[in-house]
Design a protein around this ligand. Structure first.
Ligand code: NAI
Ligand SMILES: Nc1nc(O)c(N)c(N[C@@H]2O[C@H](COP(=O)(O)O)[C@@H](O)[C@H]2O)n1
Length: 223
């Protein structure tokens, strides 16, 4: 499995404003790059915080890219995955429509009625007691044939993925805007690291729209 985190931040490192509503940080060219990355992926992952804030569709928008996938014997759309410990994904969420298969990763504590409702719209993957165990959940997804994984956010999920060593690459678009706010989400939130900070190797920098794309690989952690 190969996991790429792709996200857009303001120049001050925010994913969104303190209102946690979707903010278009990327311009047209970066959204097109993001669409191409989606098209190269087997699955697109977000946390339930992003589903509740943005109601994303997580589909490839460019029909030519979908057709190319089909020509190469792949499904027209990548699968969609929500990391959602207690099954809070609304059943009318855009991510649960029939445009592509969706997996909802829940914990064993997710209430039975929410699981039952979600089962009508998605494949459920259960891993972890009261919080999704990402190592187990991703192993389960790999068994489903999902190898090339693109994670879009948000900050809580991205931090956890770094924490358990699941990230292979970080592609971070830094847009020409300042959002500010101590409560606004950043690229990696969660509890934060105080030691053993993940170390990144810068592979490429590209000017796009009014910002810069930074492509990093994640160094192996020495045991
Ligand atoms: N600019 C960008 O590229 C993007 C921005 N966003 C923004 O990010 C914000 C949402 O981010 P967050 O609130 O951080 O939510 P999130 O999308 O990271 O979801 C976090 C939630 O996932 C669930 N979860 C289950 N197991 C977990 C685990 N092991 N580790 C971490 N979370 C786990 C928990 O309920 C947790 O509250 C929104 O404002 C959205 O607009 C989201 C994606 C991309
Ligand atoms: N790459 C990127 N740049 C931005 O400026 C963004 N706001 C986001 N947000 C992500 O895109 C999702 C929306 O996807 P759909 O258009 O609904 O398919 C959103 O949920 C974030 O994950 N990304």
């Amino acid at each position: 499995m190969h996991v790429v985190v792709n996200a857009a931040t303001s120049a001050d490192g925010k994913l969104s404003s303190r209102k946690r509503e979707q903010v278009a940080i990327s311009g047209e060219s970066d959204f097109a790059r993001m669409d191409r990355l989606r098209a190269e992926s087997d699955a697109i992952v977000v946390g339930v915080g992003t589903v509740l804030a943005d109601d994303p569709h997580l589909t490839v928008k460019d029909e030519a890219l979908c057709e190319r996938r089909a020509k190469n014997g792949r499904p027209e759309q990548p699968a969609r995955i929500v990391v959602d410990s207690s099954g809070r994904t609304p059943v009318d969420a855009a991510i649960l429509d029939d445009a592509a298969p969706t997996y909802v990763c829940v914990s064993d504590d997710a209430p039975v009625d929410r699981r039952a409702n979600l089962t009508d719209h998605a494949n459920l993957v259960s891993a972890g007691d009261d919080r999704v165990d990402l190592l187990r959940a991703f192993a389960g997804l790999q068994e489903e044939g999902l190898e090339r994984i693109m994670v879009e956010g948000g900050g809580e999920l991205i931090f956890s993925l770094f924490e358990c060593g699941l990230v292979d690459e970080l592609r971070m678009y830094v847009g020409g805007t300042v959002i500010g706010g101590r409560d606004a989400p950043t690229l990696a939130d969660g509890a934060g690291f105080v030691e053993d900070f993940p170390s990144l190797a810068l592979e490429r920098v590209e000017r796009i729209d009014d910002g810069a794309l930074l492509c990093w690989t994640v160094d192996e952690i020495d045991d």
